[in-house]
Design a protein around this ligand. Structure first.
Ligand code: F6P
Length: 330
């Protein structure tokens, strides 16, 4: 058993993700249920350093479970990644009497959480995976991923109507700088011809082959999902579209970049439930004396993984998904 936890603080950091509010609600209500005091910290690590703390009550988190974005706001902070930044953050945690810090965020945010915990080990840190990218090791799903995936599929269904009417090839760029989960799975769900993801090599001839397969069976439109990872200084979709235009001028090529609309919107039921379970589990973990772990979901069960393991950017994509798409798009 660790030191008894009487006061916790929660913040959201990095890119927002649908379901973050459900998670803040779950942390707050579970903490209060266990007679703990809860602070919400505004604007992520920026607010942690500048002291934007506000006590949360059960009412503060009423009517938020269905809302996208984050009621605590979020930010990306370069200053926090410095020893001076960590000191300011730690001073504020002491000032407000915080016994444990809960951080909801993605790879960069949990890396920051780990660094803070390494420098100051008197305040346990718990990470909760909140990112549409689904790229944290040790959890099958991250909060926000399911909603973003559904948003993408809805958009691609619409793009397909116009692609079909004009006999065009569309390269649709989706988020996920270093991970292809969104691109690969939305390609399967939307019945696309191909996905270009950072975990796999796709050259332009291969692409032309996939698209040619469709044309031969008199399917004159094609959709290719592309992860946003940069190629030769261009966004992924732009790069592949240019190459196709140059090397296969017979095709009428268009690009759609879905951008930040993928991060907004009301969270899916799955994301709300995941966020609620993880938020609840964060307080249970602190009661058990856990520290410096990320809490994830593995095969439907709550699982703990050391934060520094979760952020190594090596969560593998299931290779079977690549085969499924390739076979089903013939
Ligand atoms: O990490 C989540 C994410 O949405 C990535 O998929 C994307 O590359 C990035 O954030 C965009 O960040 P920003 O909103 O700062 O432009």
């Amino acid at each position: 058993m660790g030191k008894s936890i009487k006061t916790v603080a929660v913040l959201t950091s990095g890119g927002d993700a649908p379901g973050m509010n459900a998670c803040i609600r779950a942390v707050t209500r579970t903490a209060i249920y266990n007679s703990m005091k809860v602070y919400g910290i505004y604007r992520g690590f920026e607010g942690l350093m500048s002291g934007e703390f506000k006590e949360l009550t059960t009412e503060s988190v009423s009517n938020v479970i269905q809302r996208g974005g984050t009621i605590l706001k979020t930010a990306r902070s370069a200053e926090f990644m410095t020893p001076e930044g960590h000191k300011k953050a730690h001073d504020n945690l002491l000032k407000y009497g915080v016994d444990a810090l809960i951080i909801i965020g993605g790879n960069g945010s949990l890396t920051g959480a780990h660094e803070l915990a390494m420098e100051y080990d008197d305040i346990p840190v718990i990470g909760l995976p909140g990112t549409i990218d689904n790229d944290l090791y040790g959890t099958d799903y991250t909060i926000g991923y399911d909603t973003a995936l559904n948003t993408i599929v809805e958009c691609v269904d619409k793009i397909r109507d116009t692609a079909n009417s004009h006999d065009r090839i569309f390269f649709v760029e989706v988020m996920g700088r270093d991970a292809g989960f969104l691109a690969q799975n939305s390609a399967i769900a939307a019945g696309a011809e191909a996905a270009i993801i950072p975990e796999d090599q796709t050259d332009v001839d291969q692409l032309a082959q996939f698209i040619g397969r469709g044309v031969r069976k008199s399917k004159n439109s094609s959709i290719v999902l592309v992860s946003e990872a940069k190629k030769d200084g261009h966004g992924g979709a732009m790069y592949y579209a240019e190459r196709m235009r140059k090397e296969y001028p017979a095709y009428d090529v268009r690009v759609t970049i879905l951008g930040h609309l993928q991060r907004g919107g009301t969270p899916s039921a799955y994301d709300r439930i995941l966020a609620s379970r993880l938020g609840y589990a964060s307080i249970e973990a602190l009661k058990e004396g856990q520290r410096n772990v990320m809490i994830g979901i593995q095969d439907g069960e709550i699982a703990y993984v050391p934060i520094d393991r979760a952020v190594k950017r090596d969560k593998p994509i299931d290779r079977e998904l690549i085969d499924v798409l390739s076979v089903l798009s013939i």
